[in-house]
Write a protein that binds this ligand. Structure first.
Ligand code: HAM
Length: 418
């Protein structure tokens, strides 16, 4: 028996209602904020992700699906959406367009993680990126967009956690201070954190080990080390968020798991959830990334949200979504002549834009009617030998249980009226 690979899942027809609901709300939001869709390849040159996400991150160190293709190129299945969008921005000369360029995507993402509820090896993200402006009002717009999406989806009790991790000018002093603080606690740190102390200091704040977590509580805070520019940026951003009525909590330990961030970082978490895998969405500013990828210095900000995590939360919060559409008409028939008539009629109904299904194989009328009932159709048309002779059909209103005989050439007009 084959099974879907560990950490992946099939999105079965009965789940599709949630998915189309989320995707529709996301694309509606993009229309409202005037963000344009972009689709990038499922795989890219591995170096794109190593360069942008950072060599010392969990994603690059442990989670990338990388392989050499038959031509000898090292390829990686997309572990996130920002780097490919920035690659496309540079490659297609989008810096010549009016700035900021506002783009969005919905895409499958691949990370070799330890699967558990809400954490998969293939998941899907809706993400938005605004590239080409350093105004904190753009950070506010991105956060506002994410926040509005969750509100429009009907999700409640979400917390917006916000922090600023500074820029190339002010971060080194912060990292020094962090390093000396953690060095004093070196003996108590987990093995991973001792390594982080040498290689990726900022990520120390991200550790979920209980001892490291308690050490991080007293750790120096990045906002106390911001240079004037970063401090002003953060100040303006929090001002705009207040103006927009978006509540936020300052979270000094929020650093995010990707290295490209500068200044603003944020995550949105359902209330009562803790731990790394529970953020429903996150993002921030990444003012150096485009330049790192070979473009001109270009500030940018964005966010992404996991669709699986949204669906989990919709279910948890019992948000009702519209059901998957059911066919309008089921056509049941008895005998060969009636079958021909049914095939013709189904095609005519579809031509008229009315969704119609029939049955296949030679089933009894009783079993066909059972099938009609199960498919939750609004109408069933029954054509037997008598109906073929009299050029009629029996039209049954399933909800009311009423039926009437109508001329077959009046079926379309009669159903169109309904
Ligand atoms: P991220 O926080 O790594 O950010 O992922 C964004 C969202 O994807 C998470 O908040 C979560 O909902 C979902 N997600 C991440 N990993 C998994 C997983 N293994 N299983 C299920 N869901 C998951 C980014 O990827 C950045 N590119 C976001 C960004 C855009 N920053 C700026 N622009």
């Amino acid at each position: 028996m084959y099974r879907a690979p560990r950490g992946t899942s099939d999105i079965l027809p009965h789940e599709q209602g949630y998915w189309s609901f989320v995707k529709k709300k996301a694309s509606d939001i993009c229309e409202l904020y005037v963000y344009q869709r972009i689709d990038t390849p499922v795989f890219e040159d591995a170096r794109l992700f190593v360069r942008s996400i950072g060599e010392e991150t969990d994603i690059v160190e442990k989670e990338m699906y990388s392989f050499e293709d038959k031509g000898g190129d090292l390829i990686t299945l997309r572990p996130e959406g920002t780097a490919p969008v920035c690659r496309a921005y540079v490659e297609h000369g989008m810096q010549t367009l009016p700035q900021p360029v506002k783009l969005y995507y919905m895409a499958a993402i691949f990370r070799y993680e330890r699967p558990q509820a809400g954490r998969y090896r293939q998941h899907h993200q809706f993400g938005a990126e605004a590239i080409g402006d350093s105004d904190p009002a753009l950070d506010a717009e991105i956060i506002d967009m994410a926040w509005r999406l969750y509100i429009n989806l009907g999700l409640k009790e979400l917390t917006l956690n916000l922090n600023s991790i500074g820029c190339n000018a002010c971060r080194p002093a912060y990292l020094d201070s962090l390093k000396s603080y953690y060095s004093r606690h070196k003996e108590s740190l987990c093995a991973d954190c001792r390594r982080r102390l040498l290689k990726n200091t900022l990520r120390l704040l991200d550790c979920k080990n209980p001892t490291c977590l308690s050490i991080s509580e007293q750790a120096p805070r990045s906002i106390d080390f911001l240079c004037q520019e970063c401090a002003e940026h953060f100040d303006k951003l929090t001002g705009y968020l207040k103006l927009l009525g978006i509540p936020f909590s300052l979270s000094h330990r929020l650093v995010r798991g990707l290295d490209y961030y500068t200044k603003t970082v944020f995550e949105i978490t359902p209330e009562g959830e803790t731990g790394a895998q529970v953020a429903i969405g996150g993002g921030g500013r990444y003012d150096n990334l485009i330049e790192q990828l070979g473009g001109k210095p270009t500030p940018a900000v964005g966010f992404a949200t996991g669709i699986e995590r949204i669906v989990l939360n919709l279910k948890k919060q019992q948000v009702a979504v519209t059901d998957t559409p059911t066919p309008s008409v089921f056509i049941a028939y008895l005998g060969n002549e009636a079958k021909k008539k049914a095939i013709e009629l189904i095609s005519q109904l579809r031509n008229a834009g009315i969704s119609a299904v029939g049955t296949f194989g030679d089933r009894s009328l009783k079993s066909q009617l059972k099938q009609a009932d199960a498919s939750k159709v609004r109408y069933t048309l029954i054509i037997g030998e008598d109906e073929v002779k009299s050029k009629t059909a029996v039209l049954r209103n399933m909800a009311k249980g009423e039926q009437q005989t109508i001329p077959i050439d009046r079926v379309i007009t009669s159903l169109s009226k309904h």
